[in-house]
Design a protein around this ligand. Structure first.
Ligand code: HEM
Length: 454
């Protein structure tokens, strides 16, 4: 265990006596080696450290500095439910790319106010109206799938989830949505690569990643301003149910609404956060299913019925065994944050390791096995956290779950997926999400459905 100080700390503002910092164990590895290990093989490094030092330990992490890593479900829950005045979003975070009006940038009361506005369009009961969009997009994308030839599912899944979130956010299709469809995918790729690099004070021209991001942002602002103006001028504005108009109509407690700049940043947040994560999980679902013939035939059979218990359990198990986001982090604002038996000083990052929690044999028997049955008739425990938790838990969790359910059902109703005995695909880090290294490759045969045969 490493102690920052033995003497009680004093909060300058209140002169109250604070508990002395008490940090969890820290590996005796030079800082630079910890940093390199975290950059090139973070999943392996964190898992190894947790085995050696226990489920809560201290690590020197590039960009985030000295951080406490948490792989204990009770401590993770305590962190997630800590007062938002004591902990905020990890610093730096995705708002460097998405802008200061993004929910990722907000903490404390600002964050609470924004979440109240953002939550209703993504609440479970609003999901039914999006199902049709997802089914249409899946049918459109799979219409040209070639039978008998292996192909990666990641790119098709990216197109389905991007189109789905664009239509859910902006409503009707049109020229502007086509422009966003072209603009967003390369932007997300470049943004993911640079998000954890130090931000330069200028962009250094259009051939650098920052220059490309700045020019994509100008183009995005032009398109979204036009969509906002069109929505305002729409005679059916009051009846529209897309996320943009829901956000334009809603107000904070003081009656004010979101500014245009905040609206632009927040819509970008939903578009960016809402498609790569879901597409990557779907690609993993195909990667897992074709290597587990028993599960595949059972979910395929279920897809022809109205039931979805096994499909839901399969989605939970894919997210457990192949989480696409590696960690959920917080920044300590409290002078001293008590977490389990530890006391973490102000300014530290605390990082919940989602993959180590999901691979813990104390929480999931034989975690190395892909076994959806563990979730049939059972709710996930506190150790299942692919969407993070507490006050910052993913806003789009219900949307993502519904989307994955409808995409899998639609694909399985129209195609048989061939099985393989090939080894599982490895993890590939794209900068924010982990995807299957070969893109979740599958081979399909089109099923002759009763309606197709007519
Ligand atoms: C399988 C798909 C998805 C996964 C695995 C995922 C995962 C996550 C995780 C781990 C966080 C951080 C939570 C925390 O810090 O505790 C997060 C936050 C967030 N996600 Fe998702 N997400 C997914 C889909 C979506 C979708 C579809 C949307 C939008 C429609 C979305 C919007 C957001 C937003 C806005 C936040 C920030 C919340 C805040 O800071 O208050 N995500 N997501």
């Amino acid at each position: 265990m490493s102690e920052l100080s033995e003497a009680p700390a004093v909060d300058q503002g209140t002169t109250a006596t604070l508990p002395a910092a008490k940090l969890p164990p820290e590996p005796r590895i030079p800082k630079v080696i910890q940093g390199i290990g975290f950059s090139v093989a973070r999943r392996k490094l964190v898992a190894k450290m947790a085995r050696r030092y226990g489920k809560v330990f201290t690590l020197n992490v590039p960009v985030f500095g000295r951080s406490v890593i948490v792989a204990d479900p009770q401590v993770a829950r305590q962190l997630f439910t800590a007062s938002s005045d004591d902990v905020g979003n990890i610093q730096p975070n995705l708002s460097r790319i998405l802008g200061p009006g993004s929910v990722f940038a907000l903490d404390g009361s600002e964050h609470r106010r924004r979440r109240r506005l953002l939550a209703p369009p993504f609440h479970g009961k609003s999901m039914a109206k999006y199902e049709k969009i997802i089914e249409e997009e899946t049918l459109r994308e799979t219409a040209n799938w070639v039978e008998g030839e292996e192909f990666p599912t990641l790119e098709p899944m990216m197109r389905i989830t991007l189109n789905a979130i664009l239509r859910a956010v902006f409503g009707a299709d049109g020229e502007e949505l086509d422009a966003l469809r072209r603009l967003l995918p390369p932007w997300v790729v470049v943004g993911s690569r640079v998000v954890s690099l130090p931000m330069p004070s200028r962009t250094y021209g259009r051939y650098t990643p920052w220059g490309r991001l700045a020019s994509a942002r100008r183009e995005y602002d032009r398109i979204v301003n036009k969509l906002i103006d069109d929505a305002k001028a729409d005679p059916n504005f009051d009846d529209r149910t897309d996320v943009l108009t829901l956000l334009m109509r809603s107000t904070y407690e003081d009656g004010s609404g979101m500014s245009r700049a905040d609206l632009g940043d927040e819509l970008l947040t939903l578009l960016a956060a809402g498609h790569e994560t879901t597409a990557s999980t779907l690609a993993w679902a195909f990667e897992r299913l074709r290597r587990h013939p028993g599960v595949l035939s059972a979910v395929a059979e279920e897809a022809d019925t109205d039931g979805n218990e096994l499909r839901q359990a399969t989605i939970l198990e894919v997210q457990r065994s192949r989480p696409v986001i590696e960690f959920a982090g917080r920044h300590v604002y409290a002078s001293a944050l008590e977490l389990g038996e530890w006391v973490i000083p102000k300014g530290f990052s605390v990082i919940v390791s989602i993959s180590v929690l999901h691979d813990d044999p104390d929480a999931f028997e034989h975690p190395e096995r892909f076994d959806p049955q563990r979730f049939v008739g059972a709710k996930p425990s506190a150790s299942w956290v692919p969407f993070g938790g507490g006050t910052r838990r993913c806003v789009g969790a219900a949307f993502a779950n519904m989307e994955m359910d409808v995409v899998l059902r639609t694909v399985l109703r129209h195609f048989t997926v061939e099985t393989t005995s090939a080894p599982g695909e490895k993890f590939h880090f794209r900068g924010v999400a982990y995807t299957p290294k070969d893109g979740g490759r599958i081979v399909v045969r089109r099923r002759v459905c009763a309606e197709d045969a007519q």
